[in-house]
Ligand binder design. Structure first.
Ligand code: MN
Length: 236
């Protein structure tokens, strides 16, 4: 039986001027029965479209702060953007929306979905959000940093079936104003949105935490990846 092909957005290392990947992003998909492929690092419209057609689902990975030009954000507070990723993922996400192709966003992924749909971000959580929680934990990243409340009747709650879960947390930015097309699926006790989805779609879902770091030890993370791969396969 053919596996669902999941296109994984590559990471970029500015210092080494090099494309790279955290193995967990690929391994968790394989573990869930999918076939991960790393997408080309390009802004070429035709190449992006062809690569998109090869995939049954898309994984929008973590990485650089999303360019503040997408939401008229304060660029002084943002890290250096990765223009190629911004452009490439903008095209990919727009294709995914048009085709209703299952798309899972992790960390930068949730921020990207939100700004591309018209929302805004906290450009710098430590200076802009009063919170007792640690949103940028130190390694190891497979241990929990704070809790997240799952919203009933959201797909996250349907998948995990718990009101509160523990999540790891390694992010500099977060959702400030939610995009109109998105709904909240999870939030932290300080009010920060930690999970979103698009209603009436097969699987357009994103989380602020990092299941790729703890899918081996955290059953909830694995359930999430499995559901994504199933959706990509057309089974959910
Ligand atoms: Mn967090």
């Amino acid at each position: 039986m053919k596996k669902a092909v999941i296109g994984v957005v590559p990471l970029y290392d500015d210092e080494k001027e090099s494309v790279w990947m955290i193995p967990g992003y690929l391994d968790c998909i394989e573990e869930a029965g999918g076939l991960p492929i790393i997408l080309p690092f390009t802004t070429d419209k035709d190449e992006i479209e062809q690569a998109f057609e090869m995939c049954d689902g898309l994984l929008f990975t973590g990485g650089h702060d999303v360019s503040p030009r997408f939401y008229s954000g304060n660029k002084e507070l943002c890290g250096k953007p990765c223009e190629i990723r911004d452009e490439m993922e903008k095209r990919l996400f727009s294709l995914a929306l048009k085709a209703d192709k299952p798309s899972f966003g992790i960390c930068r992924g949730i921020q990207l979905f939100n700004v591309l749909l018209g929302g805004t971000l906290y450009e710098d959580i430590p200076s802009q959000l009063k919170s007792e929680l640690i949103h940028k934990q130190k390694p190891p990243y497979d241990i929990p940093s704070h809790e997240a409340e799952l919203i009933e009747n959201s797909p996250l709650y349907d998948i995990i079936k718990q009101k509160t879960i523990s999540v790891n947390s390694y992010h500099h930015q977060g959702i400030r104003k939610l995009a109109p097309a998105l709904k909240i699926a999870a939030k932290a006790s300080d009010g920060l949105i930690e999970g979103v989805y698009m209603p009436d779609r097969r699987f357009i879902l994103a989380v602020q935490w990092h299941p790729e770091f703890n899918y081996k030890s955290d059953g909830n993370s694995m359930k999430l990846i499995e559901k994504f791969v199933k959706a990509a396969k057309g089974e959910a």
